[in-house]
Design a protein around this ligand. Structure first.
Ligand SMILES: Cc1cc2nc3c(=O)[nH]c(=O)nc-3n(C[C@H](O)[C@H](O)[C@H](O)COP(=O)(O)O)c2cc1C
Length: 334
């Protein structure tokens, strides 16, 4: 059978199939099942900047209120055990229970004190860190370069005193994703994960109110990621992880052909459970056997922009032709 082992973030992964950040990673039984099903690594769900800052504020308030009370010198009260402590406990537990690498995740956009927690994640045994830069630039006065500079400052702040390998998960709403990826590498990132899915608020017509409902992904969303993986591969000094719309072995193979190092999964696991990974792993291995690829390096990136026979297909070149070729059903306008 084909060899699926790969390297990512300086770590050894048994497969390039990564269980991405999702509520499944909150459950130890699911974590074990994901490993058994073929996950090469597990990304824990994120610790959010807002939660961590709130906890610091709460701890300050508690401390002020407890000063002078006899129990103040004892262990922290149960009420003070917050997200961070729970997260660290879970991380330590996963490091005991799993053989695959465990990647902790931070989600936020400011380069302030909450990033200090990254050191605690490293101490608790995280093998790497994924930083999710998720933000909607809603201020019309804010310029694109200010937004990007802010993101890069977070990466630099993390890199300054963190030795863990660092992946940065970004959104696709950038004018020049390739250039930004290069700057991420200069700021100290080791990998880029493309792309965050931005959950779109909907308007409730009856209540005239905004609803935010998580919509799970569709496989065609993978095409955006595959295109940008192809454009980035070999042209930015970062490993590439893809996330968004990867539901089966076909999309997974395409991402690897485009040059991705790993493929992340969330929706398919939430919809079908960890066994979906086994199907994807077996589908990938079967395809490699059929095409006589002994390992991933034999075909990774052969369809990247740098190596594809027709790289113009990733640019504007085929766009006009594709529009002209499009046929609508006859009899639509009788
Ligand atoms: C319910 C849910 C929770 C998620 N939580 C996180 C999270 O905590 N941190 C994060 O970086 N991504 C999170 N994601 C995003 C996923 O990791 C993934 O990037 C996204 O869903 C696209 O992949 P998919 O098409 O396989 O779902 C979450 C996704 C879902 C559906």
């Amino acid at each position: 059978m084909a060899e699926l082992r790969t390297r990512y973030l300086g770590l050894n992964l048994p497969t390039p199939l990564v269980a991405g950040a999702s509520p499944l990673a909150r459950d130890p039984h699911c974590a074990t099942a994901l490993e058994a099903a073929g996950a090469g690594a597990l990304v824990m769900e994120s610790l959010f900047e807002e939660e961590l800052l709130e906890e610091v504020r709460q701890a300050d308030t508690d401390l002020h209120q407890e000063v002078g009370r006899p129990e103040a010198n004892g262990a922290p009260s149960a009420a003070r055990r917050g997200h961070l402590e729970d997260y660290l406990d879970r991380l330590r537990d996963y490091k005991q229970r799993l053989r695959i690498p465990v990647i902790a995740s931070l989600n936020g956009v400011s380069a302030s004190g909450w990033l200090d927690n990254a050191r605690l994640l490293a101490k608790a045994g995280a093998d790497a860190l994924e930083l999710n830069l998720y933000r909607i630039p809603a201020d019309p006065c804010e310029r694109a370069e200010q937004v990007e500079a802010g993101y890069l400052e977070v990466v630099r702040a993390l890199r300054r005193d963190l030795t863990l390998p660092l992946a940065v998960k970004i959104g696709s709403h950038l004018t020049a994703p390739l250039h930004f990826a290069r700057r991420l590498a200069q700021a100290g990132a080791d990998a880029v994960v493309i792309f965050n899915r931005f959950y779109q608020p909907d308007i409730d017509l009856g209540r005239r109110a905004i609803n935010l409902r998580i919509q799970l992904s569709q496989p065609q969303e993978s095409l955006l990621r595959i295109r940008w993986a192809a454009l980035m591969s070999g042209r930015v000094d970062l490993e590439i992880g893809v996330t968004g719309g990867f539901h089966g072995h076909a999309e997974t193979i395409k991402a690897l052909l485009a040059g991705a190092q790993v493929v992340q999964f969330a929706t398919v696991l939430l919809e079908r459970g960890p066994e979906a990974l086994t199907e994807i792993r077996d589908g990938l291995a079967g395809w490699m056997d059929e095409h006589e690829y002994p390992d991933l390096t034999a075909f990774r990136g052969v369809m990247s922009y740098l190596r594809a026979a027709d790289p113009g297909g990733y640019e504007r070149a085929n766009y006009r032709e594709a529009l002209h070729r499009f046929q609508f059903p006859s009899g639509l306008c009788v």
